[in-house]
Write a protein that binds this ligand. Structure first.
Ligand code: 4AZ
Length: 358
């Protein structure tokens, strides 16, 4: 029987990662949506919207989206599964829908997740390829170790959706809602059913702020103090009404789709080669040290581990740019690494394992 559970083993591991960094002060956020407020658009250059071709931005907008590469935007599958590339256009960095600042670009391809389900809204994620690259700055979707997408984390949802839960009232300016990420068990007790690990919930206890009709497809973002950058952790997906006390908004958990995104948006020369991993074991002290080779292009690494010999479930941890990690364990685990840069990730390195069970 393994004595060390994955949680215990990697608690010591996390501590060793965390001491590698000094902390930064958290961002000053002055940021609607329901109960939100108009947003400063200059701050969100990657904010995008899906509009019907031939209509003004204000009349034609029906979903949010986000620029995740020069020529790709991310949105909800339920926004575009019924659309053709010739019927929609993408607006980017356009704070005020009345004003033609920012860009309006044509669509080359709509790629809906192959396992999207219109009933359960499972895998509510789609990629839209632009016909010409955007000049704006994309957002990164991979969370770093210091934020991930865990309960309690402050998050902001952005959108041009209705600002009233009782009547459709659409704003001209982008709005933002200041929310918190809610744990899935807590969300489940509120929403009864339908939440999976591939979804995340966000809201505020007062329910005064929430996303609503028209916000779908838009990003839920968190501020990463380590890199001083915003990261997209969710895609506005669904909810039981809007701003109802005791209920929460449901978002696609973007990090679960890192490979779907990378495999589709990254060109052959943006794809990273997997790192090469070696483990050194000290059986007397139950110490395991993992060391992996650097790849010039990588900006960081992800550690993947799973109980040995079952190999399920697989846990993933961002370890940022370090290339050496030690842990103390009396368990047995498989370990593998992957490398990443921006929104492109490599496949797994060689898979190693150790067995310190007695
Ligand atoms: C919608 O219909 C919608 N309160 C989006 C988000 C939420 C509810 C509905 C969450 O686009």
């Amino acid at each position: 029987m393994p004595i060390t559970t994955p949680a215990v083993f990697f608690r010591s591991l996390l501590i060793s990662i965390l001491i590698c960094y000094s902390s930064f002060s958290s961002a000053q956020i002055t940021p609607k949506i329901i109960g939100g407020k108009p947003s400063n658009l200059i701050q969100w250059p990657w904010m995008a919207g899906i509009v019907l071709k031939g209509r003004s931005s204000f009349d034609g907008i029906f979903c949010g989206a986000s620029l995740i590469a020069k020529d790709w935007v991310l949105t909800a599958a339920h926004c575009v599964f019924d659309e053709k590339r010739s019927t929609i256009e993408i607006i980017i960095n356009q704070a005020d829908l009345d004003n033609n600042e920012g860009e309006r670009l044509s669509v080359d391809r709509i790629l809906v997740h192959p396992l999207f389900d219109t009933e359960s809204l499972l895998n509510d994620i789609a990629l839209v390829k632009l016909r010409t690259p955007s000049t704006s700055t994309p957002i990164t979707v991979l969370p770093t170790y210091s934020i991930e997408d865990s309960a309690g984390q402050d998050a902001i949802a952005l959108g041009w959706g209705t600002t009233s839960a009782v009547e459709p009232k659409y704003p001209k300016r982008l709005h933002q809602a200041d929310l918190s990420i809610i744990s899935n068990p807590k969300c489940l007790t509120a929403l009864v059913d339908g939440i999976t690990e591939n979804m995340l919930c966000a809201g505020v206890p007062s329910a005064k702020q929430d996303t609503c009709q028209g916000d779908s497809g838009g990003p839920l973002i968190v501020f990463d103090s380590q890199t001083q950058s915003w990261r997209q952790v969710g895609i506005t997906s669904w909810g039981d009404g809007c701003a109802r006390k005791g209920f929460y908004g449901v978002y696609t958990r973007v990090k679960k789709y890192a490979s779907f995104i990378s495999d589709n948006i990254c060109s052959a020369n943006e794809k990273l080669t997997p790192p090469s991993l070696s483990l050194s074991l000290n059986k007397e002290l139950f110490d395991v040290t993992a060391h992996w080779s650097t790849s010039n292009k990588a900006s960081g690494y992800r550690l993947h581990y799973a109980p040995f010999p079952q190999a399920q479930p697989i846990y993933t941890l961002d370890v940022s740019e370090i290339t050496l990690l030690s842990a103390n364990s009396r368990g047995a685990f498989y370990v593998a690494m992957s490398s990443y840069k921006n929104n492109c990730i490599s496949g797994f390195s060689n898979i190693e394992h150790f067995d310190f069970r007695q």
